[in-house]
Design a protein around this ligand. Structure first.
Ligand code: FAQ
Length: 311
């Protein structure tokens, strides 16, 4: 019986039909989605912190308004993704518990500090650029609610990417000091951005199964290559140097070759030992605790309303 169900499920996936919340699905498919989608949601929410660090010091009112809108978008993406994940039968409280106890991961990239204003440009340009590259592929994910969420999220991310690039452009064409800040930001964010795509395909624990289920449509290395190919000309246009001596156009492959990622650093950050891991997690725990009275008040209000209706 189970084999029949599973075969029918896989046939549906092969036929490019979307799996919806009430459809039968293998338990491991459900768990894989819960893992990936909740980690994606956590990334959006934790991702508000590095940028939030610069809200009070944005160089102009206009820059501040734009940055505030971007950060609010990230919060919205997080909420949107939490809702999509709830369709798989996990509660938001459970997901928060997993984040706050360190059981659930979030993207390694948000454990790096934002040291100067150019970092805000670099995050928009590179981090949002990488996020879109990954999320465009996820628009065709086999799970309906996730795929649909990605369509809207990608539209907003592409605005984020452009605003980041525009900050970089302004600084790269500014004073020598501003240009140096832009280069310094690129130096620090380039490699961590490449790590966002995850381990090499040969070391990726979940890739083979997720590709078969069409949760992932392109592999970690394919997406990383796509990002590098798209970003190198953008750096050239800015007249900034990507910090990789091995970066070189490969005529035969029709792609850029690039150097090896420091996987030791990646593993360390994912394990919780990056520059800002503790600070980021503590900020989320504090925010959750700080909001407790709001949740309790909302619940008390709802109960009162219900009692009044019943009376
Ligand atoms: N950081 O077998 P795989 C954003 C973990 S964009 C931390 O290859 P999978 C927008 C992985 O979870 C960022 N952990 O895993 C924004 C797994 O551990 P587990 C969020 C990583 O799932 C922009 C283990 O390594 N985007 O937020 C990382 O098949 C600017 C083995 O790896 C998404 O989450 C990493 N970089 O492929 C916001 C996209 N890489 O779970 C604010 C959706 C891998 O077994 C400002 N996610 N790991 O304990 C995905 O596409 C996939 O989950 C991958 C990893 C590609 C990230």
């Amino acid at each position: 019986e189970f084999e029949k169900l599973e075969a029918a499920f896989q046939a549906k996936v092969e036929a490019e039909q979307r799996i919806e919340p009430k459809d039968w699905m293998p338990e491991k498919y459900r768990q894989t989605l819960i893992r990936q989608m909740s980690q994606h949601a956590h990334s959006e929410v934790v991702g508000m912190l590095p940028e939030g660090n610069w809200l009070t010091r944005a160089p102009s009112l206009k820059r501040k308004a734009i940055l505030m809108a971007k950060i609010q978008d990230e919060g919205g993406h997080g909420l949107y993704l939490y809702s999509a994940t709830e369709t798989l039968g996990i509660s938001r409280d459970q997901m928060f518990d997993q984040l706050h106890s360190g059981k659930a991961k979030y993207s390694s990239i948000f454990n790096y500090p934002t040291l100067n204003w150019a970092d805000i440009g670099a995050i928009g340009w590179l981090v949002d650029g990488a996020a879109i590259t990954n999320q465009i592929a996820l628009c065709r994910c086999s799970y309906g609610p996730y795929a649909r969420a990605m369509i809207r999220i990608c539209k907003e991310e592409s605005f984020h990417q452009r605003q980041g690039y525009e900050i970089m452009m302004t600084m790269a064409q500014g004073t020598e000091e501003q240009r140096d800040m832009a280069q310094d930001a690129l130096n620090r964010w380039w490699w961590p951005t490449l790590m966002m795509f995850g381990p090499n395909d040969s070391n990726s624990a979940h890739s083979a199964q997720s590709m078969q289920w069409k949760i992932k449509r392109q592999s970690n290395d394919e997406l990383r290559q796509k990002f590098v190919d798209a970003t190198v000309p953008q750096a050239e246009f800015l007249n900034l140097r990507i910090p990789d001596d091995q970066l070189k156009w490969n005529e035969d492959r029709g792609h850029y070759d690039f150097g090896e990622i420091d996987w030791e650093e990646f593993r360390n950050v994912v394990k919780g030992n990056g520059l800002c891991n503790r600070e980021r997690l503590q900020a989320r725990v504090d925010a959750h605790e700080g909001g407790r009275w709001v949740r309790e008040a909302a619940l008390a209000h709802a109960r009162k309303q219900e009692a009044r209706k019943a009376a």
